[in-house]
Design a protein. Structure first.
Length: 150
């Protein structure tokens, strides 16, 4: 399964398109701040979470649920707003803005993971970085994170 979290009107053909409200093309309606999520453990090969992470109230739990739902070797494609973006301050639903190191808590080998990782990851929800973090012209950050195979 490929899971498109917070799809809104950005419907991805061939994916399970999710949102918090029932909209055209949305096949799964669920509040991402309610745990556990309705998808089975290890059921997704890829999770696309674009413009979602900055809206959730419980970011640690969000990352742990992504890890739980992903298959070993599965990829989390996460895009979110940079804290210096005008859009971060404009959208009343934004709970946080991030920078290039904000997800290092979940990436072994980084300073933040070494210092705080167990608290953020729950001691298990760790990812490797598939490619360097990208910052686009619209001040969006994008991570491709991979769940370990074992």
């Amino acid at each position: 399964m490929r899971l498109n979290l917070g799809a809104g009107s950005d419907i991805q053909p061939g994916w399970v398109n999710h949102d918090i409200v029932e909209l055209p093309g949305i096949g799964s309606v669920h509040d991402l701040d309610v745990y556990p999520w309705p998808w089975e453990t290890g059921s997704a090969g890829r999770i696309r979470a674009w413009d979602v992470f900055e809206h959730v109230m419980k970011p640690y739990e969000f990352m742990r649920e992504c890890w739980r739902v992903l298959k070993p070797g599965g990829v989390l494609d996460l895009q979110t707003v940079h804290h210096r973006s005008a859009n971060y301050h404009r959208d009343p639903g934004h709970q946080r803005g991030l920078d290039e190191m904000s997800l290092d808590y979940w990436i072994p080998g980084t300073f933040l993971h070494g210092r705080y990782g167990p608290a953020y990851t729950g001691g298990y929800a760790e990812f490797s970085l598939v490619q360097p973090v990208a910052l686009d012209g619209a001040m969006n950050l994008r991570w491709l994170l991979k769940k370990p195979l074992g």
